[in-house]
Design a protein around this ligand. Structure first.
Ligand SMILES: Nc1ncnc2c1ncn2[C@@H]1O[C@H](COP(=O)(O)OP(=O)(O)OP(=O)(O)O)[C@@H](O)[C@H]1O
Length: 257
């Protein structure tokens, strides 16, 4: 597993934020809502170091918000966050360069009119030569099985095709860490299996929020989020049956420390 640890933002005051991990300590976030203040993250601590970690939990439990901490899309009111030793609050640009973030809704991240142009845009930082960029973008579309869509309007693509284009554009930028928010939502079974094969071939550490327990089972580590907290984490063989049982029979009561 290739992980970059050469960040200049290593913080000796956070001794547990080991290089090459997604770390947070005592992170809380409360937002205003029409019903009054709502706590989205409540004293969350984690250190994800496995090649692939899956985050599972009910709708609205706080999974996406947890993922968004790591590329500075969400700034907590308290606590410490580190991604490969980078502090995303102090260094959001560096964090975003290190983290490839794939959103649930591909429309949020496809910026160009056609798939090939969108992937070329992602390649700009690494591949200065224009022709080489086009060739590499085409290679990504071939990997995704979308070469026949290269020059179509992204608006003519299906939801699943757009999701694959968004994923290709993120991977083309060669991020150190890959974070995917419900990446299989729009995909048919064949593309779900292809996505897992593709993720298996990547060198980056991966953090994936999902309701797809088959995808979660492919992770080495699973964290269960419930009512704004991580309530359990461990190997999928333990966490997934426990989560299914909680869904069927009720979640444990939280005891406030
Ligand atoms: N900025 C915000 N303002 C108001 N409410 C918010 C904000 N951010 C998140 N929330 C609320 O916090 C809760 C957790 O949201 P989040 O998107 O993290 O959940 P999730 O576990 O990813 O849900 P799902 O599985 O449905 O995608 C939701 O009830 C959401 O409406």
């Amino acid at each position: 597993m290739a992980r970059t640890s050469g960040s200049s933002h290593y913080d000796p005051l956070v001794p547990h934020a080991s290089p090459g991990s997604l770390y947070c300590a005592n992170v809380s976030l409360t937002v205003d809502s029409p019903a009054g203040p709502f706590t989205v993250l409540d004293r969350v601590s984690c250190e994800f170091t496995h090649p692939r970690t899956a985050v599972i939990g009910l709708n609205g439990s706080g999974k996406s918000t947890l993922l968004r901490l790591f590329n500075a899309l969400v700034v907590p009111q308290s606590g410490v966050v580190r991604v490969n030793s980078i502090d995303p609050v102090a260094f959001p640009r560096e964090a975003r360069a290190a983290v490839g973030f794939v959103f649930t809704d591909p429309a949020s991240q496809i910026l160009m009119p056609t798939p090939i142009e969108d992937i070329e845009l992602s390649l700009r930082r690494h591949v200065p030569d224009r022709h080489e960029r086009t060739e590499k973008a085409r290679d990504w579309l071939v990997r995704m099985g979308l070469e026949h869509r290269a020059h179509h309007s992204v608006f003519d693509l299906s939801g699943g095709e757009r999701q694959l284009v968004a994923l290709a554009a993120v991977l083309a930028a060669e991020p150190q860490v890959l974070i995917l928010d419900e990446p299989t939502t729009l995909l048919d079974l064949r593309n779900q299996l292809k996505l897992i094969d593709m993720l298996d071939d990547l060198g980056q550490q991966q953090l994936i929020s999902t309701h797809d327990l088959d995808l979660a089972a492919t992770a080495q580590h699973v964290a269960v989020v419930h009512e704004s907290r991580i309530i359990a984490q461990g190997p999928p063989a333990e966490m997934i049956p426990r989560y299914k049982s909680w869904c069927a029979h009720g979640f444990p009561e939280w005891e406030s420390p």
